[in-house]
Design a protein around this ligand. Sequence first.
Ligand SMILES: Cc1cc2nc3c(=O)[nH]c(=O)nc-3n(C[C@H](O)[C@H](O)[C@H](O)COP(=O)(O)O)c2cc1C
Length: 334
Amino acid sequence: MRTRITDLFGITHPIMQGGMHFVGLAELASAVSNAGGLGVITALTQRTPELLAREIFRCREMTDKPFGVNLTLLPIFSPAPYAEILHAIIEGGIRIVERAGRSPKTHMPALKAAGVKVVHKCTSVRHALKAESIGCDAVSVDGFECGRHPGEDDVTNMVLLPRAAEVLRFPFLASGGMADERSLVAALALGAEGINTGTRFIATKEAPVHDNVKWALIDSSEIDTRLVMRPLHNTERVLNNITVARLLDVEKRLGDQLTIADIHEQVAGVYPKVMIDGDMDAGAWSCGMVVGLIHDIPSVRDLIERIVEGADMLIRQRLMSMLHGQAVPAEAVA
Ligand SMILES: Cc1cc2nc3c(=O)[nH]c(=O)nc-3n(C[C@H](O)[C@H](O)[C@H](O)COP(=O)(O)O)c2cc1C
């Protein structure tokens, strides 16, 4: 399958793995890239720029295919040494950066001078237009169903993607809720030229996280996520657990008076406890509604092949037969 996104990244399949804190390590990124998609290392998971440089090197040892680095700028906790991180990315020979959070404007001159393609992740059409106007190469449009930060507009992909298609001239990826061949075909139909996938990639053999995390995803359904930090305008979609329930109680009790200090215990330093130690109730950790579509733990290659081969069949069989007025076999629907 060829789209402007496969051309932009130099990849075989229009499937990108979004940056994920304590998940986007070399093992997962290289597996996605080796399977023909775009794997992404998450910069801020590495404690220092030197460790990030080492992680980039490690990934390059595992794949000779293109891979990217996610650089997230969030307002909430202590600021990171962004200049040094940028240096590690550019010196590490990275040619694709996924930016998320605040506007990537300040980093654009350095990234462009180094020939880096920039994909900005955003949750609204106005932010996508802004990214286009400052010279980003593409955006990843995150619908309300997505894991992590869905923004504050609450527009789902069924409307957000065609709205993006109406106004954007550069290519965009559909992000949030993308799990399988149906997601890919739907995303393409709605105007995207590829999919960006987070939660689904956690339940794969190569994802370097504790097995408890993978099983928690399989055991959960589409109604098991919650939105936290809404009063702080930093909404995060997370998997429900007892700590999240406690956090929501605090939010309800304090209302507009809530500060980050009030929920620090439930949201800070959670990821190593969950992803490495497998302590599923350690705090709030990101998860998309797509969790309801996760039923197994395939290898990354099997998952990607399933998506692209399934999409091909879906288009040629189910959709074409509808177009030609033929009966659609029930097994072609599920
Ligand atoms: C556990 C987890 C951690 C994430 N961490 C980050 C991150 O550090 N930076 C970022 O830009 N996006 C992060 N994301 C968001 C993903 O890159 C992606 O945009 C999102 O998961 C897409 O929605 P989906 O989960 O429905 O596929 C994270 C998502 C998950 C599930």
